[in-house]
Design a protein around this ligand. Structure first.
Ligand code: HEM
Length: 344
């Protein structure tokens, strides 16, 4: 149901990202001119929140226009306008609902016991529903009207069923906003790495200026062409994968191959196996002796053919298999093959 949403047509809506990026850079410049530092993660989070909500709902929450927070030592940090702005209320509710959900997963199956008297997530959701419900109601009635006239876009029986069931649609839409934190963290870490590696920053700047120049907006083809940019993004995702830990459960008993020459491992059905992509991405036996260094060239020079090409599953920032990230093409351009299908 979700995959058509991530077609090449949709993910190349660079105009949306360009507009919000310009807004973010302008706010950054203004605040620096005032003599205050800027919290980059907060700034990027506002940029991704506005871009993601406009991409998904055709209307953004305008979190950039709520203004950037001032550092704690500034008298302006106490200003009330920030905390009462609808976008900040939305973001705060979103963060708190996510934190409560993370808490549930730590309790495993026993989590309902911790919420015997109330559903702690629903309690936090009302500012989110206040934003989404009117947009969704309008979209559903528009779709029903065009269907009655026989002009409805045929998206398949599943989508039609979902449209009848507005609540389930909301759940899907909120699920896509997963792309907000992953993208925010990846951009923040990329900026952090560029700040700490001025040589990489200057080479990346040269590539962008030579391929795009100072004024034009990059196209999908430009993105494919900027090999160093892709290497910088990949190297950031290697050292700081936005989903650093994950878990899978076996639905039937299975044997896992062990290290070469070792005995295979028996994994019974219904066993949870947690694993860490963060640790795997830093293993010297998989990536070489310099695994903990930030060096985008490892995705371009001999090291690529020595380590990654023969063993592609050592790099899993977007996971792999049927549940691979649906946003990876738009999110980071790791595989920019035409019409690339996720590995199954
Ligand atoms: C740097 C950016 C991103 C990273 C590192 C990332 C990473 C991931 C990972 C590791 C998963 C798999 C989770 C699992 O297997 O349990 C995933 C799933 C997913 N991602 Fe992303 N993601 C990014 C950006 C995005 C964006 C921008 C969107 C959408 C706008 C998005 C939408 C999704 C969706 C819908 C799934 C669930 C797919 C499914 O379960 O079938 N992601 N992402």
């Amino acid at each position: 149901m979700t995959r058509p949403f991530f077609s090449k047509d949709r993910i190349t809506h660079f105009e949306i990202f360009e507009r919000h990026a310009q807004d973010a850079i302008q706010q950054l410049k203004t605040r620096l001119k005032e003599g205050y530092p800027v919290d980059i993660q907060d700034l990027v989070s506002r940029f991704t929140m506005d871009s993601a909500t406009e991409f998904l709902f055709a209307q953004d929450v305008q979190s950039l226009s709520a203004g950037l927070p001032y550092p704690h030592y500034s008298p302006l940090s106490q200003s009330l306008t920030g905390s009462t702005h609808p976008a900040n209320i939305f973001s705060k509710a979103f963060d708190e609902a996510q934190r409560t959900l993370a808490f549930r997963s730590r309790w495993g199956k026993a989590w309902p016991l911790t919420e015997f008297w109330e559903d702690k997530v629903q309690k936090k959701m009302s500012p989110i529903y206040d934003f989404i419900n009117p947009i969704l109601a309008e979209a559903v009635s528009r779709k029903k009207a065009t269907q009655q006239q026989g002009q409805g876009e045929k998206l398949g029986a599943n989508v039609d069923r979902e449209v009848q069931d507005g609540e389930s649609l909301i759940d899907h839409l909120i699920n896509y906003t997963d792309g907000r934190d992953t993208t925010t963290n990846s951009i923040s870490y990329a900026i952090y790495m560029l700040a700490r590696h001025p040589g990489v920053l200057s080479r990346l700047r040269d590539e962008i200026l030579s391929k795009i120049g100072s004024f034009r907006r990059p196209s999908y083809d430009d993105m494919k062409d900027m090999k160093y940019l892709r290497a910088v993004i990949n190297e950031t995702l290697r050292l700081y994968p936005a989903v650093p830990f994950n878990v899978r459960t076996t639905n039937k008993p299975t044997l896992w191959p062990s290290k070469i020459g070792g005995k295979p491992l028996y994994i019974p059905a219904n066993s949870k196996t947690p694993y860490s992509v963060f640790l795997m991405h830093r293993r010297t036996d998989l990536w070489g002796p310099d695994a903990s260094e930030f060096d985008p060239d490892r995705f371009l020079d001999d090291r690529l053919h020595k380590y990654l090409t023969p063993n592609p599953f050592i790099f899993l920032p977007f996971n792999a298999g049927p549940r691979i990230c649906l946003g990876q093409q738009g999110g980071c351009w790791v595989t920019m093959e035409e019409d690339a299908e996720p590995a199954m």
